[in-house]
Ligand binder design. Sequence first.
Ligand SMILES: *[C@@H]1O[C@H](CO)[C@@H](O)[C@H](O)[C@H]1NC(C)=O
Ligand SMILES: *[C@@H]1O[C@H](CO)[C@@H](O)[C@H](O)[C@H]1NC(C)=O
Ligand SMILES: *[C@@H]1O[C@H](CO)[C@@H](O)[C@H](O)[C@H]1NC(C)=O
Length: 835
Amino acid sequence: MRNIISKRHCCTIYLFFSLIIFFPTIVISADTITPTQKLKNGQTLVSEGGVFELGFFTPGNSGKWYVGIWYRNIPDKAYVWVANRDAPLSNSSGTLSISNKSIALFDQVETIVWSSNQTEAVNPVARLLDSGNFVLRENNGREILWQSFDYPTDTLLPGMKLGWDLKTGFDRNLTSWRSTNDPSSGDYSFKIDYHGFPEIFLWKKLEKRYRSGPWNGLRFSGVPEMKPLPNLNFEFVIDQDEIYYSFDITDKNLKSRLMVDSSGLLQRFTWVEERKTWNPYWYAPKDQCDNYLECGPFGICDANASPVCKCMRGFQPKNPQAWSLRLGSDGCIRKTELQCMKDKFLHLKNVKLPETTTAFLDKNITLKDCAALCSRNCTCTAYANANISHGGSGCVIWTSDLLDMRQYAEGGQDLYVRLAASDIGDGGNAISLIIGFTVGGAVLVLGVVAFFLWKRKTLLTQKGKAQQKGPSERSQDLLLNEVVISSRRDNSGEKTDEVELPLFDFDTIATATDNFSDDNKLGQGGFGSVYMGTLVEGQEIAVKRLSRNSGQGIEEFKNEVKLIARLQHRNLVRLLGCCIDLDEKLLIYEYMEHRSLDSILFNKAKSNLLNWQRRFNIICGIARGLLYLHQDSRFRIIHRDLKASNILLDKDLNPKISDFGMARIFGGDQTEANTKRVVGTYGYMSPEYAMDGLFSVKSDVFSFGVLLLEIVSGKKNRGFYHSNSELNLLGHVWRMWKEGKGLEIVDSAVGDSYLAHEVLRCVQVGLLCVQENAEERPKMSSVLLMLGSETAQIPQPKTPGFCLGRNPPETDSSSSKHDESCTVNQVTVTMLDAR
Ligand SMILES: *[C@@H]1O[C@H](CO)[C@@H](O)[C@H](O)[C@H]1NC(C)=O
Ligand SMILES: *[C@@H]1O[C@H](CO)[C@@H](O)[C@H](O)[C@H]1NC(C)=O
Ligand SMILES: *[C@@H]1O[C@H](CO)[C@@H](O)[C@H](O)[C@H]1NC(C)=O
């Protein structure tokens, strides 16, 4: 291999010199620029061993030109360094030369656009080394006067130092490109904080995004998977002169680089020659728990648990309501105030040490002395070994809130947290924290899920910002269902065609409903009341009388109603007409004999009306109605409040989806959106919707899954407690399914008339729909396929979202047995429809 390279290299040099003979003006030797030479666009320097190349490039044909360094024989150009990232040449003319004892880049009109620092050199030469370092030295001298390695762009190469020269205050950081084709300084940087016990932070502008954790002698405390390789060594140096991170490669054929990309992902790539690709070897942030301060002060994040945030023993959520909605950032507070000398220490294992920028480091004392020091000093909140190699040494002491901790299944290290003696319990002062985790191999799966959640969250934050709504629009949202359909047009921009919709006059409806008498009232919701009525011809109708203060104009109302009227499907309730009279707005729907599904399904006296065949028919009908809304209607519609009380049954017990009160219509290509105001009904809401306000067709799929499991079991998701383990319906079904007892969940009111394989298929599909990760939930089209076919391959479901037991979200060994269920706390979320 090495032979081949050097042979090739000889050829290169040979070629190069032959070029020089033909074009005598080019007087540049392969890897060096001297004061009398200029490097022009089109020419390159090649390092001695042919590893790196330096020259002009224009990324993505942007027309902006840069001088950079890349791996020579790798076609997939990775620019490891850019000289003039923030000062591009505006055209392809430029020269790089030595000027005024520095390296300088001149544009077409000989103006300097970029230069290295001035040096004291008498006869300087610039040379590209095989390490990828571009250095300025005295001719024949060894001392480096200036080097590109001191000015990293977004990439750390072997031998480069990331960090501080404490004598000069000089700092080397990685700063991302602005975008894939724009090398100018982007928003993300990776930089050592030298305060306290140094660690590295990933920043987005002025906001911390991710923390490596301090170096514990073996690895970063927050990178448990980090292991030295036979040919790749990591180094973290802290002394009086320098604080830096670096890595080194002993095998010349191995190419490895660490970089921060323009989306804020920190990645290590290694080159795989056989496959000719850069293989992403490692990356961070990896999962939700890598998000800086995901679980707030004193919170501890466990990517293998659901929800991920926990409070340690002796702590409780500071804001229980937000906590139960999986917003952990308020963190935890002590149950009992500290009492100084009487306090004890909770021993946590396998954790990522809390943020150490304000911690105190003493490299020279033992853990025992560290413990003594901490317990004597009442401001000390925790302590740990600074170095865990060779049995442990050194001491870190925290005197403030413990920030950004996480729990690992393995790796991580021990931490001792100060607690009031009464919170320690009877187990003495060394109670280990074991975060329950039983499903082997699920580590990986959950990690991936968490990563997607994290990704989604990041996307969402950006989206959310772009889509924040003004107050007037938001209140409209809440007014009438149909309001949101406002002023939408087809993708093509064409006006939607007219639909004839009867306008009823107010008196007709008043008569039909006996003047909206209470006897005729079917229900009441946030948008108004619903009445039963009979027209003179004998036709039965349901009338929805919208609240008066909707503040919406008549023309808008009419337009919207016309749009709804165009949604026609046999599994959607049909709108018959509307009525506008002064400030009265009425919607007239077909009347459903059997009213709503919940009034039968959850009513002991009536539920035997629903045998298995009917239940299966209802499930498929709802699925078809939902598919129509999601896919087949001209608009993409997200129902947002699918639940048993919004499914109406006609005289033959055919299901019809009703109440588009919260429905949102999407443009044809929009697939998800974000709302500041979470509406919907608890128990049916997907985690990402309850937690992040993110709704998509997949949040409807989640609600459908809950509904399906309710129909099969005859039990309400909210309010179902299993006799011993206090699980909710999803947790219960999940457990039964995993134990192979899927058939036991069938409602006893169904009797024995069911087909076992149909039931099991339903349960499996239901569980797929309520999976925690929205991406993994099937679309309604696949749901229908799976329900309808005896032979369809149905994937194995993964852990449902929101299916925890109902213990307080505290972490200690005693709760570990509840781990794989997930919690729904008894919190009422804005429930707008109380029907
Ligand atoms: C060389 O650098 C010095 C110091 O920065 C500056 O004063 C001087 O004008 C420069 N000379 C040229 C020819 O650019
Ligand atoms: C990173 O280093 C560059 C100089 O190489 C500096 O301009 C920039 O401000 C540094 N970024 C941060 C976040 O300190
Ligand atoms: C407690 O520790 C902190 C940090 O090491 C130190 O600043 C403070 O002086 C100590 N207090 C006492 C009473 O020792």
